[in-house]
Design a protein. Structure first.
Length: 605
């Protein structure tokens, strides 16, 4: 059976996962009567809710005697480290672009990597049935993008298909609005070369993805680069320098069929497989026959740029809602995460009750916290901070990101002002049609922490912001933080309407009537820059005198409820987010007011 290995590159929300669903259906991978979830490739709950691909997943379909391995790549820059390694497994890429939005910055990032590896793209303009399609301009944009990314003449001569993933058709004719995906299958078979690898050389395999299975232990996924591997064959793992890390046997070999991993007895050069049997080997290591001593050249893993403190929840309400509350449970869970997610680094603090978790961005760490919360963990989370570096002269450096913002023209002035406050430099500004402007900035990551929520408010929810790690550059000095102080509860009890009514005049409340509070908990935002301790539990004094008028019922504005990401972005350095399976609360790091004063004095000194 002939073989093709392809990756699908697309920006978040351009319809990649939906298109793969249709490829499954039309290749007969799913039976006609089989109940299959929508967007089957986004298998994890968070992927379904957020509509993003977090984990890269290989899958395969068979069409007319050809086996096509398809790798769905994450479009989000926080998961960019996976992308480069995935592209080393494939021989061709499908670039999927929305017929209205066109090529976006994350697509640029992944496409640049694919072109640099010499892969020849097939361009699929998706969602051609959109009323606001601008197919020809989008194709011109893609061509310009390829030129700026130094594509070769051969890569610039790319085939184009016009498709609607949701309706399951593709065609070489831009006007057609019906049919099947047959032209796409045919184009993959004709345009993507079969793997040209040496089947007779000793077995070697580069680990691209890492996974854990409760029964099989570590599962290493990648493409067989040379030779053949059989079950129980002796193998060893080499690091980037060629040192042997461990030796063992290939206890299980699995290939992909549709969405399932299926055990096989052997795999040949070009096959994308998962392998079990080793306990130490990790991403970027070479797994090979013991006679091989030279490692396969691997893409280095991007450095983490952000870190957060994950601490044991020590609030007065600790242990009431979660089942996993001890530092040992948190340590084991983070170790498991670091084992399968190479972009995350975990270090234990001296007091053994907290852990520094470094990752590539707020989204990636937010996804980890949300996943742990659903598993029953309780955590105290600190404000994210960037990881600084040093240049060759000993000067301080910090991570920068390329930020591409699409906004309605009327909001562009506000966005530019806000980005200037955050020490961002504008590198490009151009109209993108339809009353919208596209503005590009180079901005220190530090200034962007917590900006997304404010950005959505400033643009009335219409703006789109895309961020991408750019470089480590010179330190930009002090960046303005949150301008407002907070309202802090001065005792424990239940919030009541009589006390909250007057507090509404002081700022914005985060808690409602009847919520359990404790001393040091943040219950709202003060309208002024300083923090204010308040009593949200105060009840009305009872007297023997009857009031002349009927007591006015207190009408309260609904409290502002924050999502996990908003809460993490909102807090200051002396605050924490208490995360439990049922609640997200904001609190001061030191709950006792005297301790807070002592700490702020020692910090000032």
């Amino acid at each position: 059976m002939s073989l093709r290995n392809i990756a699908i590159i697309a920006h978040v929300d351009h319809g990649k996962t939906t298109l793969v669903d249709q490829l499954f259906r039309q290749s007969g991978t799913f039976r006609d009567n089989q109940r299959v979830e929508e967007r089957a490739m986004d298998s994890n709950d968070l992927e379904k809710e957020r509509g993003i691909t977090i984990l890269a997943k290989p899958t395969s379909v068979e069409w007319n005697g050809t086996r096509i391995n398809i790798v769905d790549t994450p479009g989000h820059a926080d998961f960019g480290g996976e992308v480069e390694r995935i592209l080393s497994m494939v021989d061709g890429v499908i670039l999927l672009v929305d017929s209205s939005e066109g090529a976006m910055p994350q697509t640029k990032f992944v496409t640049g990597k694919a072109l640099a590896l010499g892969l020849k793209p097939i361009v699929v303009v998706n969602k051609v049935d959109r009323p606001d399609e601008r197919i020809q301009e989008v194709l011109d944009e893609v061509f310009d993008l390829f030129v700026t990314l130094d594509a070769t003449d051969e890569q610039l001569d790319f085939p184009v298909l016009y498709a609607s993933g949701r309706n399951g058709y593709a065609s070489e004719d831009a006007q057609r609005r019906e049919g099947t995906l047959e032209p796409l299958f045919q184009k993959i078979v004709d345009h993507v070369p079969p793997p040209s690898l040496d089947q007779d050389a000793p077995f070697s395999f580069l680990v691209t993805l890492l996974d854990r299975d409760n029964f099989l232990g570590r599962i290493l996924t990648g493409r067989v680069q040379s030779g053949t591997v059989k079950v129980n064959q002796p193998i060893h793992a080499l690091d980037a320098e060629g040192n042997v890390i461990e030796t063992g046997r290939a206890s299980k070999i699995m290939s992909f069929q549709g969405l399932d991993r299926v055990p096989v007895d052997e795999a040949k050069a070009g096959d994308i497989i998962s392998l079990a049997g080793l306990t130490v080997a990790t991403v970027s290591n070479t797994i090979s026959d013991p006679q091989v001593t030279a490692p396969i050249k691997a893409q280095p893993i991007d450095p983490p740029t952000l870190s957060m403190r994950f601490a044991v929840n020590d609030s007065p309400m600790a242990g009431r809602e979660g089942t996993k509350v001890t530092s040992r449970m948190i340590r084991d869970r983070l170790a498991r995460e670091a084992e399968s997610n190479v972009a995350i680094k975990v270090t234990e603090s001296d007091d053994k009750d907290s852990f520094d978790v470094a990752g590539r961005g707020e989204l990636q760490l937010g996804v980890l916290i949300e996943t742990m919360r659903r598993e029953g963990f309780e955590l105290g989370i600190s404000r994210p901070r960037v990881l600084f570096g040093e240049d060759e002269n000993g000067g301080k450096t910090e991570p920068y990101e390329t930020v591409v913002i699409d906004v309605d023209d009327e909001f562009s002035g506000t966005v530019v002002d806000k980005m200037n406050i955050r020490k961002a430099e504008m590198t490009d500004m151009r109209p993108s049609g339809g009353g919208k402007t596209r503005i590009t900035f180079s901005a220190p990551s530090r200034g962007l922490i917590g900006y997304h929520g404010e950005f959505l408010s400033d643009t009335r929810g219409t703006g789109i912001m895309n961020r991408l790690f750019e470089k480590y550059g010179p330190h930009k000095g002090k960046i303005e933080g949150r301008k407002n102080g907070v309202l802090i509860s001065n005792g424990a009890g239940e919030a009541n309407a009589y006390a909250l009514g007057p507090l509404e005049e002081r700022g914005i409340l985060f808690v409602g009537v009847g919520e359990a509070l404790y001393e040091g908990m943040v219950i709202g935002e003060n309208a002024k820059p300083e923090d204010l301790e308040v009593n949200p539990m105060k009840s009305k004094a009872l007297t023997n005198f009857r009031a002349s008028g009927k007591d006015d019922a207190v009408r309260l504005t609904p409290p502002k409820k924050m999502t996990l990401e908003q809460a993490i972005a909102y807090i200051d350095d002396d605050e924490m987010v208490e995360v439990t399976p049922k609640n997200i609360r904001l609190r001061k790091r030191y709950l006792d007011p005297n301790e807070r004063k002592r700490m702020s004095r020692s910090k000032a000194a």
